[in-house]
Design a protein around this ligand. Structure first.
Ligand SMILES: *Cc1c(COP(=O)(O)O)cnc(C)c1O
Length: 353
C-alpha cells in the first residue's frame, strides 16, 4: 500500500514549499518509472522529463540536476570566466544562499543591484556594466534575474522590463540567466507563457521540488551547446546520476499535474495576508503576489522569537528571515481544514496580546 504518511507530526509546516511529500499518485508514477543509466544518457524517464520541459519553454534542451543551486551554479560557470562579474540583485538566492558558489565554483565576482523587492531595471543594469576595454575592470559577462523573488516575498517580474534587460545584454555581449526556482508561481499569477521566457533567456533554472511538490530535482534549460557543456560541468561537480528516472518520474508528474493548482496557494496567501493585516503583532506586510507571505513583526507587542514560539505552541511552523521578518509559505500539503485551523489560530494569538 502506497502512502505519504511517513510520520505523525501534526505541525502545519509553513517554513517553505520544499517540505512537501509526494502524493500517492506521484509515488505510483515513481514506482512505475522505466529507468536506465542516465550518465550514459539511457534513462528514458529522465530523457522524457528533459524533453517535456524543453518543449514547454520552446528551448532546445534541458538537463536534470539534483538541486536549484546546482542548475544556477552550472549556468554561472557556463556564462563566466574566472574574474568576470555577475550582475544580480542584492536579495538574490545565487548571491545569498548558495554557499559562496559563485566564487568557489566559477571564480567570479558579483555586482549587486538594489532593486524593488529583488526586481531591478534595464537602466540599472546598463549603469553597472564595466568597460570591457579597460583592463582595470572585471568583465561583466552575465545578468541573473530571479522570478519569483524569494526574499522579495514572492514578487513577480513584468515581461516588459525583462525584454529591455535582454536588449541591454545583447548589446553588451552578456548572457541572461533566470533563476526560476518558483517561475511557475509567476507564470500562474501573471498569466505569462513559458515560451515567452524561452525566447528571452539564454538559460533558465526551474525547481520541481518547491511548489510543484516533487521530492527532489531541478532542470536547466538552454540551447544544445549550453546543455552539452552543462552536462560536463554537472559531471565534474559530482552531479551525474544513474537510475535517476525514479525521481525524474516525480518531476514529470509534478510538471504535468501540479502547475495550475498553484493558484490555490496564491489565493490562500492573500487570505492569510488579510488576516495578518488586522493582527496587532504585525507591523507591515510585503505585497502578496504568489505563495509567500513575509511580514514585519510589531516588536512593541511581541519579539520575533516570541511570535515564532507562540506559533509553534499552536502547531504552526514558520521561519524568521532576519530583521524581524517572518515568512509563511503556502504549498500543496496544506489541507483545507489545516488552513482554516491556521487562520483561527492566528486570530487567537492576536487576541492574546
Ligand atoms: C530554493 C531556491 C533555489 C534552489 O534551491 P535548492 O534548495 O538548491 O534546490 C534557487 N533559487 C531560489 C530563488 C530558491 O528559492
Amino acid at each position: 500500500m502506497l502512502s505519504n504518511k511517513t510520520e505523525t507530526l501534526s505541525m502545519i509546516d509553513l517554513r517553505s514549499d520544499t517540505v512537501t511529500k509526494p502524493s500517492p499518485q506521484m509515488l505510483q508514477a515513481m514506482m512505475e518509472a522505466q529507468v536506465g543509466d542516465d550518465v550514459f544518457g539511457e534513462d528514458p524517464t529522465v530523457n522524457e522529463l528533459q524533453n517535456f520541459a524543453a518543449d514547454m519553454f520552446g528551448m532546445e534542451a534541458a538537463l536534470y540536476c539534483s538541486s536549484g543551486t546546482m542548475t544556477n551554479q552550472i549556468a554561472i560557470k557556463l556564462h563566466t570566466q574566472p574574474g568576470d562579474e555577475v550582475i544580480c540583485d542584492k536579495l538574490s538566492h545565487i548571491y545569498l544562499y548558495e554557499g559562496g558558489g559563485i566564487a568557489s565554483n566559477s571564480g567570479a565576482s558579483v555586482r549587486l543591484l538594489e532593486g524593488n523587492l529583488g526586481r531591478f531595471t534595464a537602466n540599472q543594469v546598463l549603469e553597472n556594466i564595466n568597460d570591457r576595454n579597460n583592463i582595470h575592470f572585471p568583465i561583466s559577462s552575465m545578468v541573473s534575474i530571479e522570478n519569483t523573488v524569494n526574499k522579495g516575498g514572492g514578487a513577480c517580474w513584468e515581461i516588459d522590463e525583462m525584454i529591455k534587460i535582454k536588449a541591454v545584454c545583447q548589446n553588451n555581449n552578456m548572457a541572461l540567466h533566470l533563476d526560476g526556482a518558483r517561475l511557475f508561481n509567476a507564470l500562474v499569477a501573471k498569466n505569462q507563457s513559458p515560451k515567452k521566457y524561452g525566447q528571452l533567456f539564454d538559460t533558465i533554472s526551474i525547481c520541481l521540488s518547491k511548489g510543484l511538490g516533487a521530492p527532489v530535482g531541478s532542470l536547466l534549460l538552454g540551447n544544445k551547446e549550453h546543455i552539452t557543456k552543462a552536462t560536463r560541468i554537472r559531471k565534474a561537480m559530482g552531479g551525474g546520476m544513474r537510475q535517476a528516472g525514479f525521481i525524474a518520474a516525480a518531476g514529470l508528474y509534478a510538471l504535468q499535474n501540479n502547475v495550475e493548482r498553484l493558484k490555490i496557494d496564491h489565493e490562500r496567501a492573500k487570505s492569510l495576508a488579510s488576516v495578518l493585516q488586522n493582527s496587532l503583532f504585525v507591523e507591515s506586510i510585503y505585497p502578496v503576489e504568489t505563495n509567500i507571505v513575509i511580514f514585519k513583526v510589531n516588536t512593541k507587542i511581541r519579539t520575533t522569537t516570541q511570535l515564532i514560539d507562540n506559533l509553534k505552541e499552536n502547531g504552526i511552523n514558520a521561519v524568521s528571515m532576519g530583521n524581524n521578518l517572518v515568512r509563511f509559505v503556502l504549498h500543496l500539503n496544506i489541507t483545507d481544514s489545516e488552513f482554516e485551523f491556521l487562520l483561527s489560530k492566528l486570530d487567537e494569538i492576536n487576541l492574546k496580546q
